[in-house]
Write a new protein. Structure first.
Lengths: 309, 288, 291
């Protein structure tokens, strides 16, 4: 028996009372805040480009990148950035020689060997190293490491690249270790289990299975460490020296790009002069190098995250 | 309230005899609350549900059954516009509620959800006290007065009051699974909706809690309209007045799987003399 | 009878040795970090403790190492911390809310925003100093004042606050949001009343860590004009110094004794940082929600 059907006549209130102004306003305010980060990048680019362009009207790109003498305040002035690049490279190379192998080693230990409870206490303790201000590391390099090196027979000058590089390497250990360990932990346990089931030793599983599987993350950590080393200021400002020269001898004093910027930026160099603009030319070089490396690192991290997550 | 008729009808589902315990009370006059016409839901262009048309009646319990992946959950979420939360989802066709299209131009989804509430598969109480959970709805909707009474009434309606009346200030997370789900129902009732949607409300619960929820549904349908998605056929037979069977339509190349409505009728008919062979195959357990 | 015996203890001595050596190398790698940390702390304490007295905290710097202190620097650092808190927290959390709750992740501009923040987190701190020099000091005409320093530090640590806030917000399960929406709450109501309250511990922890990072920064402040010899108390719109700058200044002085005062100031700085970090960790452990 079919029951009679009726459509309800009552009209429901489905429209909002007014347009929800509040919600739109809130979204607008939040988006504006998000814009701050965009403006920061824009600001950096503008701040660097404007004076840098003016600089490169005065000094040719070729002179900048190929001359081996950096003496902007001398007569006659010379604007070859190679010595600064050289100084940066030298210190970075030393730092990287420390942090890459040992950072990876620490990461392998934490990820593959340490028991979970041990890992839980060691990992944050390692991070403490990352929290130490760089000025303290600079102090350590100058007042402890340099005399130490001298006492074991390495004839370093008071300011030298070696002390700064070594200390910088230790400072970067948590960077490499943390990111590499994340990458290795993301490798599925099933891969390890499969290898262990075949009778592999932990050494073999770590080096032949896990590290290759996590390689994007590990390389990303390396690239990030290099980028940080290149951009680091205080350690080199305090311990590496202010002498711009081209050399591969780590026992000598050198000047990095960052140290130059810091030293010149404090003085009251009048605005608009070539000398003032050197800050920005060197700064632009620095920014471009680190930007390129950051992009590579981000891309690599994205890649391993996509694969395993 | 319109006079009720009783049709008690024990049915056999997949070899099991299911007693529809007592009251299958229905209003004498069937009132159309929702009128769905040619509903089609796509996610990023891929259709998940197509060509669905049916009517939901007031004070009925309507069940959507069918194998997994047939779009039942997608469909029920069209009724309170929760699909709006998914950026890639697109809804075509019309869903008329009291004759008004829910997807009309000026319709505010927030208003829709005040009238059409939802209870989810996994109980999701807020990490607050029992009282604050129930009071959340009225508070944000501006029903500030008589909060204590609202909370108490909602808990009564959800058959939870006696168990929690002495510990309203305790955290909702301290309740058992079944109690949490009844809390979520009470929370939903506190804003005084007209319709309660339930997406597999008892699938995460033990059998005793499930029975209590089903009894609750029988009580609630006097005052509310209930639509429920369930993968448990016996449950649909126990509680639902009308049942809609959904299935999956596989495209010829085997890749596209679109949900479709196969049959919609009185529950007793669906389970005893279904019109479509696919329905018969499903309810007799031959597949799904 | 089995043909050959089962080799269950088969691994050769060489294998064992190699494994042990490898593990030793790994432990050594780990040790380098800890040993250096230990030596550094020991060295700083040894040098600085004798000079750690009230005079350090209450006196101004001076050419006489006997009475030189770091009071203006400490005060300036504290002022900057407060300004930092007030500026970086709202902007950072707001950005995080926008990115997690409102932004459609498919849109290119939102992806660019995300990428931009990741990049900013890795820009060398001295570049931020250049930014400050160009825009705040010379551009906006603020001059070499404390406010400029604080603002630049804000921009420097903003990415940290954004990233940690995003993680805290993301950790709130979606079922909570769905439950809120289903009741007829608006998006902002759900965020303000459910998501943010649950995310506060994570946000607070991230902010404290960001603050700690900012306090130790020296390079940007150098460029923004932190003076190295400030004997008066700082004001927000006046010349200033900061604790790390003061330390740097003392290190650069030729007299050996100033290096020891620098060590004492380092102890103060490290103590402040240690307290902040410990507080952040305590906060995280105490309020961490288990969903």
């Amino acid at each position: 028996m079919a029951t009679p059907e009726v459509t309800s006549g009552a009209r429901p209130r489905l429209r909002a009372e007014g347009r929800r102004w509040g919600e739109d306003a809130i979204k607008g305010v939040l988006a504006l805040c998000a814009l701050v980060s965009v403006l920061t990048t824009a600001g950096i680019v503008i701040a660097l480009l404007e004076p840098a362009i003016e600089f490169f009207r005065f000094v040719s790109l070729r002179e900048f990148f190929t001359t081996t003498r950096w003496a902007p305040l001398f007569e006659p002035a010379s604007f070859g950035v190679l010595p600064l690049l050289n100084g940066t490279f030298l210190v970075t190379a030393i730092a990287v020689a420390v942090c890459m192998p040992f950072g990876l080693g620490a990461a392998i230990y934490l990820s593959e060997y340490a028991r979970p409870r041990v890992r839980k206490t060691l990992k944050p303790a390692f991070e403490v190293l990352a929290g130490i201000p760089t000025v303290v590391f600079g102090f350590f390099a100058l007042t402890f490491v340099t005399p130490l090196l001298r006492s074991i027979g390495i004839e370093v000058e008071i300011f030298n690249a070696l002390s700064a590089g070594l200390v910088m390497g230790v400072m970067l250990l948590p960077t490499v270790a943390s990111l590499s360990e994340d990458a290795m932990t993301a490798v599925p346990q099933s891969l390890r289990d499969g290898a262990y089931a075949l009778g592999s030793s932990r050494l073999q599983v770590s080096t032949r299975i896990v590290v290759p599987a996590a390689i994007s993350g590990i390389v990303a950590s390396y690239v990030l460490a290099i980028s940080r080393a290149v951009g680091e200021t205080m350690i080199v400002l305090i311990a590496a020296g202010q002498l711009a020269r081209v050399t591969f001898d780590p026992q000598l004093a050198i000047q990095t790009m960052t140290a130059f910027i810091a030293a010149t930026g404090t003085g009251d160099v009048p605005r608009g002069t070539v000398d003032y603009n050197t800050i920005f030319a060197v700064g632009l070089t620095l920014f471009v190098i680190t930007f390129a490396m950051n992009m590579v690192s981000i891309r690599l991290v994205r890649r391993y995250r996509e694969v395993y997550e | 309230m319109p006079p009720m008729e009783t049709t008690a009808a024990p049915v056999k589902i997949a070899g099991m005899r299911v007693e529809t315990a007592g009251a299958r009370e229905l209003p004498a006059q069937r009132e159309v609350l929702f009128d769905v016409k040619d509903l089609r839901v796509t996610y990023a262009g891929v259709p998940a549900l197509d060509g669905v048309s049916l009517e939901i009646y007031r004070n009925y319990i309507t069940a959507f059954i069918g194998p997994s992946g047939c779009g039942k959950s997608t469909f029920i979420r069209c009724f309170n516009r929760l699909n709006d939360m998914i950026p890639s989802a697109s809804v075509e066709g019309s869903v008329l509620y009291h004759g008004e299209d829910l997807y009309g131009k000026d319709v505010d989804p927030v208003e829709v959800r005040k009238l059409i509430g939802m209870v989810f598969q996994k109980p999701n109480p807020f990490p607050k006290s029992i009282y604050d959970n129930i009071a959340f709805g009225p508070r944000v909707l501006g029903m500030k007065d008589g909060l204590d009474e609202r909370v108490e009434q909602a808990l009564h309606q959800a058959a939870l009051w006696d168990e929690v009346k002495d510990r309203l200030k305790e955290s909702a997370l301290s309740l058992s699974g079944g109690q949490q789900q009844r809390l979520c129902i009470a929370r939903c009732l506190a804003v005084e909706p007209e319709v309660i949607l339930m997406d597999e409300p008892a699938s995460a619960l033990d059998p005793i809690s499930t029975t209590r929820i089903e009894d609750l549904m029988h009580e609630l349908k006097r005052n509310y309209t209930i639509v429920i998605v369930t993968h448990n056929m016996q449950q649909a037979a126990r509680v639902a007045d009308k049942t809609a069977f959904f299935s999956v339509d596989v495209a010829p190349d085997g890749n596209r799987r679109t949900g479709i409505l196969v049959e919609y009728d009185d529950t007793s008919k669906i389970f005893t003399t279904p019109a479509d062979k696919r329905t018969e195959d499903y309810v007799t357990g031959r597949f799904g | 009878m089995s043909a050959g015996s089962l080799r269950l203890r088969g691994r050769s001595r060489a294998d064992h040795a190699r494994g042990a050596l490898f593990q030793g190398l790994l432990l050594f790698s780990l040790a380098i970090g800890f040993v250096t940390l230990g030596v550094l702390l020991f060295d700083v304490l040894q040098r600085g403790l004798p000079y750690l007295d009230l005079a350090l905290l209450t006196n101004a710097p001076s050419t006489d190492p006997q009475i030189a202190g770091a009071r203006p620097a400490i005060l300036a650092t504290v002022y900057m911390m407060v300004i930092l808190l007030v500026t970086v927290l709202p902007i950072g959390v707001a950005t995080a809310i926008y990115l997690e709750e409102y932004a459609n992740k498919e849109r290119w501009y939102n992806r660019l925003l995300d990428l931009n923040i990741q990049n900013l987190a890795a820009v060398p701190s001295i570049v931020y100093g250049i930014l400050g020099l160009a825009f705040l000091v010379r551009g906006l005409g603020l001059g070499r004042v404390l406010l400029a320093g604080a603002l630049i530090l804000t921009l420097l640590v903003l990415p940290i606050v954004i990233v940690s806030s995003r993680e805290a917000i993301r950790a709130v399960p979606d079922s909570i949001r769905q439950g809120g929406y289903a009741l007829g709450a608006t998006q902002w109501q759900v965020i303000w009343r459910q998501v943010l309250p649950s995310a506060i511990p994570g946000i607070a922890t991230g902010s404290i860590l960001a603050l700690a990072r900012a306090i130790g920064e020296t390079a940007p402040l150098i460029l923004v004009g932190a003076l190295t010899y400030v004997s008066f108390n700082p004001t927000i719109m006046g010349p200033f110094t900061a604790l790390p700058i003061q330390i740097y200044q003392y290190i650069s002085r030729p007299q050996e004794e100033f290096k020891l005062i620098a060590a004492a100031a380092i102890i103060v700085l490290l103590a402040i940082l240690l307290t902040m970090n410990a507080f952040a960790i305590w906060l995280r452990n105490r309020y961490q929600k288990r969903w």
